[in-house]
Design a protein. Sequence first.
Length: 347
Amino acid sequence: MKGVLLVNLGSPDSPDPKDVKKYLGEFLMDERVIDVPLWARNLLVKGIILNTRPKASAAAYKKIWWEEGSPLIVISERLQNKVQEQVQVPVALAMRYGSMTIKKGIQELVDKGVDEVFLIPLYPQFAMATTETILVLAEEIRKAHFPDIKITDLPAFYNNADYIDVLSNSISKHLSGKSYEHLLFSYHGVPERHIRKSDVTKSHCKIDGSCCKTPSKAHEFCYRHQCLEVTRLVAEKLQLQEGTYSTSFQSRLGFDPWLLPYTDRTIERLGKEGIKNMAIVTPAFVSDCLETLEEIAMEGEEIFHEMGGKEFTTVPCLNDDDAWVSLLSKWINNWVTKPETQTVNGK
Ligand SMILES: C=CC1=C(C)c2cc3[nH]c(cc4nc(cc5[nH]c(cc1n2)c(C)c5CCC(=O)O)C(CCC(=O)O)=C4C)c(C)c3C=C
Ligand SMILES: [Fe+2]
Ligand SMILES: [Fe+2]
């Protein structure tokens, strides 16, 4: 029997510093997130970050926490429930970090008689720190605990035409009636090093501004290319004029070079250049979370106002948008009915 496992990033159990510390400890000790040797990761994470960051992160989580829990978890559960209504196979939900583990998610499906799992990482773009870590852990769990089940995954869907339609329509809907001079596409950042490590050609990604626009096999796993493509395809679909939109990368942590330009500096620059109304969309996230509700909608807006900006509009993530639910359900139904060789999202 077939079943589906949706997997998102995860959140702490509560915005209490103790829970935030536990969650950040698991998250940042992942070798695909902070990709340095174990001794250096221990020193950096346990010796430095976990002694300083949990308090500040907990305060930020407190600002965005809902009565029902973490927005990212609550929204993912709403998505799961709505998708479940549109497909005939069981749909479970798990998180890469925190209490809702991938092992529990697979167990829930197995208990219902599932032996073929469609694993859907809820990330439009591939990244070592998101998609890859989910796939690697799911395979380790399968081998150790569920050797008789089969797992198939949904590849990154950043350039899938239906996904671009759904995202573009959502942006149009939320910006209709608003006048904005600039639309900023802000994606979660990653260290530049991650891009080089994921380069299957080992020589393509130079992060020099042009490599991501030069066709290459490397792009199947190039987060930067995939982000730039989402911006390009949505801009084309919405017929945005050159100069009225741009791409940036947010949430930098540490002192290594991360993908440029940084979102906070870009907002600052737009404000300084005299832009009065701007809008911002965050297509690396399918669910609103700390990084969109606090870093963008609160901190980003504050920066913009400090620079003289007036209206700052944040486009919500796809969350449990009906068209997004229908698209995910379509991919699932295609997988349920497809012959083995057929792909589900056009790849
Ligand atoms: C080295 C650190 C990090 C990398 C690399 C990274 C990549 C990455 N993260 C997301 C999505 C999310 N990240 C979220 C929070 C978050 N991310 C990091 C660090 C890295 N992320 C930290 C330390 C935190 C915790 C919050 C904080 O202290 O600032 C979230 C929100 C979770 C929530 O509970 O709401 C998401 C979602 C992507 C997509 C990505 C690479 C592409
Ligand atoms: Fe992150
Ligand atoms: Fe590239």
